[in-house]
Design a protein around this ligand. Sequence first.
Ligand code: ADP
Ligand code: MG
Length: 698
Amino acid sequence: MKVTEIFGSNVFNDKVMKERLPKEIYRALKETIDMDVPLRPEVADVVANAMKDWAIEKGATHYTHWFQPLTGITAEKHDSFISPASNGSVIVEFSGKQLIQGEPDASSFPSGGLRTTFEARGYTAWDCTSPAFLKTDESGNCTLTIPTAFYSYKGEALDKKTPLLRSMKAVSKHALRVLRALGNTTSAKVTSTVGPEQEYFLVDREYYLKRTDLMLTGRTVFGAPAPKGQELEDQYFGAIKDRVSDYMSDLNAELWKIGITSKTQHNEVAPAQYEMAPIFATTNIATDHNQLVMETMQKVAFRHGLVCLLHEKPYAGINGSGKHNNWSLSTDDGVNLLDPGHTPGENVQFLLVLCGLLKAVDTHADILRATCASAANDHRLGANEAPPAIISIFMGEELTEILEKIVQGKKITGRDKEFLHVGVDSLPMFPKDNTDRNRTSPFAFTGNKFEFRMVGSSQSIAGPNVALNTIAAEVFDEIATRLEKAKNINSEATAIINEFYKKHSRVIFNGNNYSDEWLGEAQKRGLPNITNSVDALAAFVTAKSLKLFGRYEVFSEKELHSRYEIYVDHYAKQINIEALTAIDMAKKQLIPAGIEYAAFLANSISSLKAVSAKSPVAEDLLQKVSSLLTASYTNLDKLEKGVAEAQRTDETVKKAELYRDKVVTSMQALRADIDALEMIVPSDMWPVPIYAELLFNL
Ligand code: ADP
Ligand code: MG
């Protein structure tokens, strides 16, 4: 396998387009891709035809408009290329119209009231900024897959891509205004970029199939801790075992074929936990790719007798999985706006962007938090795990010191000067490691990008990036407006840096985010700490949020309300599934196992009694098992009543609150009893695989 040969071999990429499209068509399409120029129908026809020929040569029989509805996963409906011919045979056809627009029957996708049943139609529109590719399966079936945006008859977004594209446009427009005001005349576009680090677990499929909870909810709703966890820190960056490296190499090959730049792979902190990171791309392409990464991880695992768990918290007591969203902005002529520059001028720009983002993140911390809210991610955020639910920014000591000095009007000296490269090009770039030491921060500046670490491992990265792009657009709009009016650009820029830093440095925290002191300190600073999804999601529909997203035309009020509704509803459904699974397992597998053991103990006690022997150990165990059985039966009853009450409730938010307050807590109580039972029931009587088997057998 040669990487250079297989990389992108299944992508209708720039190289293929250049080879297969007439020059003027290629140029027209590139203009649409790079500069948002509308695509002419005659161009689309030629492109469609070339795409079809290419796909068919590679074995494709079908095409699909691939989209990202609000379920959080992707959707596809396949159509073959065949059209009837007059003589009873068929020809293959694919028109520009078929490429540009599709009309899937969309009535079963969540719309949060945007689409009443009588206008159930949804439309998909080709997103030519993300290249089409071929999806293949093991038996060789091959489908031309066209990334699309999905919206309603009235043009309302029903997906994750539409707002992302809108937010990219907004941030480009206003970042460019800032650059122009600072004298930049060459850049034509600013693109938001992201490199998402994807964490995941692998588990043996044989064990997985014996655990209803893993199969139906993606996590273990029961399970006592194994004697060994992650305390030896022997997994992180450890040597990769053969079975896992086989999996990874197969995964890489699949990803490379579809043009995904799988770059880094390693063992993560928890046993059986791993990570893959690609090279960053535009937020749009990276989002599409991340969806494909998650799908491919699961598909490839199957071939290896494994299952890939993307859930944020498959196992209690060890780390969960997140997705580090490394985000930045760069111009089309290659300048990363978060890279400290080589000249004082570049540094003004850098500091303006940095302080702008400081303001944006402080102002809209609640929105960023909301974009990471899900029932699964509640197990991480605010639940004694990385990172906390409080949004703070890690800036690093050096950078914080420099900003402090600037606002205090102090002279920049020595080490700071070196870092800022004030007029001295020969000095080395400041060491990146300095800013990357803090692993506990939810939002860390890592030298030339921000790493947003709250994002959950299974969620689409679209939402977080829509928010990042939009809050950046807003603050750049403000900065640009001020600079455009200013008589002296430099002094206005300095004034902005000063003002933003003074007002918003409360969001900077360079210390340990897991510490209790931070909880208290954050409260003093007035930073929000929202530890559950139902409350967090409400940030989408505050007046502030409606105004922000409305103003930059990313979401209309209706779209935001519908999303809020869908996500809250999803939370309730997720907890409902978990609760029903817990009830099912407790009733049919785990409580019966306890009863079986109790019977065994009782028999043994009476056999011993028959020969007048005593059995204090068996009697003690029987007593313990019986009391755990009684407790779990009581908690099971409570859980069933809680579920019934929540199910009876109609209003979405009320319902979700009931699931949060009654069902989640009863589930935890039931789990405590059952896990204690697991710890004393003999291994051969416990009906499901235990943590030691799930975590330590790869
Ligand atoms: P870490 O130390 O966190 O592993 P890396 O340097 O390996 O950091 O980068 C992690 C991710 O950040 C990678 O996906 C990388 O491509 C991405 N990244 C690097 N530069 C940028 C950038 N300018 N914009 C967005 N993502 C970036
Ligand atoms: Mg990282």
